[in-house]
Design a protein around this ligand. Structure first.
Ligand code: CA
Length: 424
């Protein structure tokens, strides 16, 4: 039961012609929020429209949008002040931007001076980390991924641990090394120990991997001691980003017992620069897959809280040509972000504006839809042949790029690029 309005209307077109191509990630139905700068100038908030960024600080100063009344929220180096405003303000701002960019609306279209100041070619801008990441939590919500990992490292006949069908498994990660797309990823060092050796050695990671994920960004906080329902949790989420949870498999396998991953995940997490709002994804809501065990009441949801969101990972091995190594869809996730967030608050844990929740690796049911190299190569058994050579895990100078979009037929709601290159 998606709630649709004029901002979702597929027939709406913009006077920014590059938004109307059908192939851009940023049609007028999207309007994601990000932080940018030009020519070494100050950071500010913008929205992507076709090949351009609309400078929201400029139009806020001009009085065309005023989300916070007298105060300003867009002349800021992060989205947090805007995300902390009530959900009704997020929706009203989106509706206002959709109107201002509508082909038939003359307010900004015919104001030559303001339009020249406020509409910036994306190619001339630098995109920054869009929000201050208050805390980062990572989950493990794909049944296919958990089954693959359990089959490889434990028992194919009992791949899922007994708790998995009853709660979204997660751990508290590091917010300090969440970086924006394009940031180089230094290969981590750590303790490595092969079964053949009695003692570990300290060395550069030899099994550097990706994890294809979607990140949910919390807008509305919840106080300590408050339990949130799945329906309220859905509404607390401001938007979503693509997320690559880089993983050092050899460090992980030695360190993870009994408390879970630590340094193997702490060295880098890349997110896409545009936060696609939950409201933009509303037409693409789908149900989570069928429950294999009944959930406890606090995790039940009556609404479709997953999204029909296509995902791809492209690998560029050294100086070779880019090649798509996996294609999948977020709809396969067993637990929705709303269920993860409701579970996160179930102990009374406080959630804050700017908290980031990783979905967990998104793997589909078939071998060409797995979300990590660990699964795609079955822990090295089946190397990938790609332009530039064979790969089991990532080598220095390799680049990985995640892309994602919801297919609206005549337009698509895209996320931009979530990319990183490995350096030594
Ligand atoms: Ca992960």
């Amino acid at each position: 039961m998606p709630h649709l309005n004029r901002t979702h209307d597929p027939s709406r077109r913009s006077w920014v012609e590059s938004a109307n191509t059908g192939t851009t990630d940023f049609p007028i139905q999207n309007l994601p929020f990000g932080v940018f700068s030009t020519g070494g100038g100050s950071l500010r908030v913008g929205t992507a429209i076709g090949d351009y960024i609309l400078d929201l600080a400029a139009i806020e100063t001009a009085g065309l949008v005023r989300p916070a009344g007298e105060a300003t929220v867009f002349a800021a180096d992060r989205l947090n002040p805007f995300m902390a405003l009530p959900q009704s303000v997020w929706l009203a701002t989106r509706a206002r931007l959709s109107e201002l960019l509508d082909r038939d609306n003359a307010t900004l279209r015919d104001d030559t001076d303001l339009r020249h100041r406020a509409l910036i070619p994306m190619a001339d801008a630098t995109l920054h980390l869009p929000f201050f990441v208050r805390s980062y939590t990572d989950f493990y919500a794909s049944k296919e991924h958990a089954t693959n990992v359990g089959s490889m490292f434990r028992d194919p006949d009992n791949a899922l641990l007994p708790n998995w069908l009853h709660l979204p498994i997660g751990y508290n990660g590091r917010a300090s090394t969440v970086v924006v797309s394009g940031t180089e990823i230094p290969r981590p060092h750590g303790q490595l120990k092969s079964p053949a050796n009695d003692r570990p050695r300290f060395a550069p990671c030899e099994k550097l991997d990706i994890e294809l994920e979607l990140g949910a960004v919390v807008g509305t906080p919840s106080p300590m001691g408050t339990r949130v329902s799945t329906a309220d949790a859905y509404d607390m989420i401001f938007g979503y980003v693509l997320l690559n949870d880089w993983s050092a498999r050899d460090i992980q396998v030695w360190e993870y017992q009994p408390l879970g991953p630590f340094q193997s995940k702490a060295f880098a997490t890349t997110i896409s620069p545009w936060v696609v709002t939950r409201e933009a994804l509303e037409p693409y809501r789908v149900n989570t897959p069928e429950r294999l065990q009944p959930l406890l009441p606090y995790l039940e949801e009556s609404d479709p809280n997953n999204f029909d969101l296509d995902l791809e990972v492209e690998l560029t091995a050294g100086s070779g040509a880019p090649v798509t190594i996996t294609r999948t869809n977020y709809r396969h996730m067993y637990y929705s972000a709303a269920q993860q967030l409701a579970h996160h608050t179930s102990s009374g844990c406080a959630m804050c504006t700017g908290d980031l929740l990783g979905s967990g690796t998104i793997s589909g049911p078939t071998k060409d839809s797995f979300g990590s190299l660990l699964e795609l190569t079955w822990n090295g058994r089946d190397p990938l042949t790609v332009p530039g050579g064979q790969r089991v895990f990532l080598e220095d100078s390799d680049s990985v790029s995640i892309k994602g979009w919801c297919d609206g037929g005549r337009h698509r709601i895209g996320f931009g690029d979530c990319a990183g290159r490995i350096v030594s």
